[in-house]
Ligand binder design. Structure first.
Ligand SMILES: Nc1ncnc2c1ncn2[C@@H]1O[C@H](COP(=O)(O)OP(=O)(O)OP(=O)(O)O)[C@@H](O)[C@H]1O
Length: 250
């Protein structure tokens, strides 16, 4: 479980996060949603240490990341898998080399062991045999799957995913969402996903944190969201006539 308490983050005069507290549960897809500029990515970056919040704590199963020294932070980082926007694959490396990268960085496994892990992860995301392809030879959905394979290569306890569906068609988006959910449940990972995608919210939102005006406006599950009387959340999630009509039928 990851627990954040009273996170405040400013950029100059811009007070982006205002006292955010929340819990992110193990074996669940925990979603951070909110309008553009509401601070979703900033919160994600504060949680993994890419931004330092001015106040607050980020606790990984009882270990307060914000108060750990450099070496202790590296130990926690080794337990974190990340898939950030555009998959962030290294273009000059093959699929195999991309997935092996964290293993080269953080383990002393021999080449055979690393290759076995790469092949296991590739199988897991249904890309067996694609080892020698370069990112330029992959579709957007395949790139995301390679990103997921790399993110799980170190058998993470925590998985952070920023906009997994950006640039994907609706069908491929669902495949990626389902893969994230399966992996989360199968390996009991605490997964945190930043998303704009309302299909994702309704499909995999076990625990949803809604940000508005720099604050946590609402927290609940996809089952609860349809019956919320929170006006801001309602306006955000069911903004389109189509979504409103779908809600009315629930
Ligand atoms: N490194 C930075 N320096 C200065 N301001 C920043 C920085 N990163 C984010 N911001 C500001 O913080 C605010 C929140 O940005 P953030 O990217 O977290 O929002 P978001 O909810 O993820 O938006 P989107 O959905 O559009 O990606 C914005 O006003 C943005 O300009």
């Amino acid at each position: 479980m990851i627990e954040i308490k009273n996170i405040n983050k400013t950029f100059g005069e811009n007070h982006v996060l205002r006292g955010i507290s929340a819990e992110f549960n193990e074996g669940m897809c925990n979603l951070i949603i909110g309008g553009s500029g509401s601070g979703k990515t900033t919160l994600l970056k504060c949680m993994v240490g890419l931004h330092e919040p001015e106040t607050g704590s980020v606790s990984y199963d009882g270990r307060d990341f914000t108060r750990l020294n450099f070496e202790a932070r590296i130990d926690v980082r080794k337990e974190i898998g990340m898939l950030f926007q555009s998959s962030a694959l290294f273009d000059s490396m093959t699929v195999e080399e991309n997935i092996m990268f964290p293993l080269n960085m953080f383990t002393d496994q021999n080449r055979k062991e690393k290759l076995e892990r790469v092949n296991f992860c590739l199988d897991r995301v249904n890309l067996e045999g694609k080892n020698k392809l370069f990112p330029s030879e992959l579709s957007g959905g395949m790139k995301k799957r390679v990103g997921i394979a790399r993110a799980i290569s170190m058998q993470p306890k925590y998985l952070f995913v920023d906009e997994p569906n950006s640039g994907l068609d609706p069908k491929t988006s669902i495949v990626i969402d389902e893969l994230i959910k399966e992996i989360t449940e199968e390996y009991t990972i605490t997964t945190v996903v930043v998303t704009h995608d309302m299909n994702s919210v309704m499909g995999i939102g076990d625990n949803i944190i809604f940000l508005a005006n720099g604050q946590k406006e609402w927290q609940g599950s996809n089952k609860e969201i349809a019956h919320t009387d929170n006006k801001e959340l309602n306006d955000f999630v069911f903004a389109s006539k189509f979504m409103q009509a779908a809600k009315d039928k629930l």
